[in-house]
Design a protein around this ligand. Sequence first.
Ligand code: SRM
Ligand code: SF4
Length: 576
Amino acid sequence: MTLLETDRSHDISQPLERLSADETMKANSNQLRGTIAAGLEAELTAAVPGDDIKLMKFHGLYQQDDRDIRDERRRQKLEPAYRFMARVRLPGGVLSPAQWLKLDALARAHAGEALRLTTRQTFQLHHVHKKDLRPVMQGLHDVLLDTKAACGDDARGVMASINPELSALHAEVYTLARAVSDHAIPKTGAYREIWYGEEREQPGDGPEEPLYGRTYMPRKFKIGFVIPPVNDIDVYAQDLGFIAIVENGRLTGFNVAVGGGMGRTDQAPKTYPRLASVIGFIPKDKVIETCDAVMAVQRDYGDRADRSRARFKYTVDDKGLDWIRAAIEDRLGFILAPARAYAFTSNGDTLGWQRGEDGREHFTLRIQNGRVKNFEALALLDGIRTIAENHRGQFRVTPNQNLVIANIAPEDRPQIEALLTTLGLDRLNGGSGLRRNSMACVALPTCGLAMAESERYLPTLIGKIEDILDAHGLADEPITIRMTGCPNGCARPYIAEIALTGRAPGKYNLYLGGGFAGQRLNKMVLENVAEPAILDLLGGVIADFASKRLPGEHFGDFAIRAGHVAEVTEGRHFND
Ligand code: SRM
Ligand code: SF4
């Protein structure tokens, strides 16, 4: 069958002959079934064949290999140490203690005794053998979790602000985030058939994928809900962001922001990070329709020839904001109202205890770079398991890779407080203002795209920057710092006050000047440099900041005002 000949169900605006190979792959995948089921049975290799690697992403699974031992395996003429990473779908990051305990058990049995909290409020299980994939997927299913659309060209994990103090609002926004996630995930039966062994249903009259057709989205599509004043989800980094508008204490609707994204490629100026643009306001009962309309515009007009330009942010820039707004309104059948006033003050988490307006207590625990395992100095995996065994509320994974022990009844607080102390978990919330506002992506050894260390290196680098901050009396100053092992931007580095993105082993680009509330892109000040150059430059800016900052001025704002950020990056659109 020629690509898409029978798949003109949507008004895909590009000539068929230009479409990328991935479009053929999706169209011919039998709605994401491919040969995945057969590949799982092949015992001679720990890998899966050909296109199934890409197709399995739509099922939330990545084939990886342990890069720490890649060379050694090659020398021994062995195939790479293939394993899989499974990413859970967890809208808004909310889960129950029972779900935590299941994840803990799966991690111990199949995933290297570790869990990884992600920058989009969910979990990754790494190092899963091919033979263990079904037990993992079925184990998740036992506690009503799945990995649908956690990766792939579809609507990814839907984010929602944590905001422990605003209990009712959080509950309302979380319900919408869940509804959007359930609505926007692929509807194909492939997942149930392959992972749960269900029989294929007889085809009905309608298409198996009403929204996606046979070719899904041109690229990943990310949706998030934020409740000002805390921009914890980094709404300007989302393809589609909903900014909650609260009037007289009630949620009235959302400002709609479109076209955000972080990924860029070094030496490729046609790729760049972009902050989402606010295009108008919708009442809260129009959220699902708005998702459908915006996704349909990107589905039909996103670039399906060049995957490096296939994100919605490029469609928005190529078509222009007025065109995009009109196309969305056309599909919605109504005109967006003017955007309403809102303001953000920060994009970090408030660590420690907070009380909700309903009187329930919440404790936000800092998890360094999201890694939960039994470290030599602290049995973190064991510790949180004990909390889960004793906790009657919920957990929430934050967009900053932290964990909230949420909805603790006031009478239960003393017990949780005592456990946090005896298990040594309360110590995690210490450290400098820089460390408390830091994030690093996974990078080595599992990420196939990493060019440099990130998660395993940032804590050490922060220690060295802390020495400089200490010397200037700035140990408690909240400053955001984010590191990634490559320019893809998984820790949303391009909006941090200080950011480092990997170029080669031990070499990074250094960026300064992002907004403390995630409202402004930073700019590159050093390219492809090693630690001494990074510390040298930061030392100078920090010394200047200590002596010349205005009262209350944030580090990123100062770096710009004082002229430390002269270079212009490839980024587009500043929201302040
Ligand atoms: Fe990411 C690819 C990890 C959030 C932009 N990301 C990857 C892969 C799957 C590598 C791969 O394709 O082989 C990484 C797996 C590493 C590993 O071993 O676990 C990976 N991304 C992550 C996580 C786990 C980072 C973390 O430390 O928490 C985050 C998982 C989020 C989730 O739960 O769904 C993660 N990735 C992000 C974000 C942040 C966000 O969405 O808020 C971004 C930037 C926002 C954006 O999409 O623009 C991001 N990841 C990318 C990109 C670049 C996309 C682009 O448009 O250019 C890639 C590469 C790609 O897609 O080709 C990528
Ligand atoms: Fe991997 Fe790059 Fe994402 Fe880090 S930023 S997890 S190195 S793709």
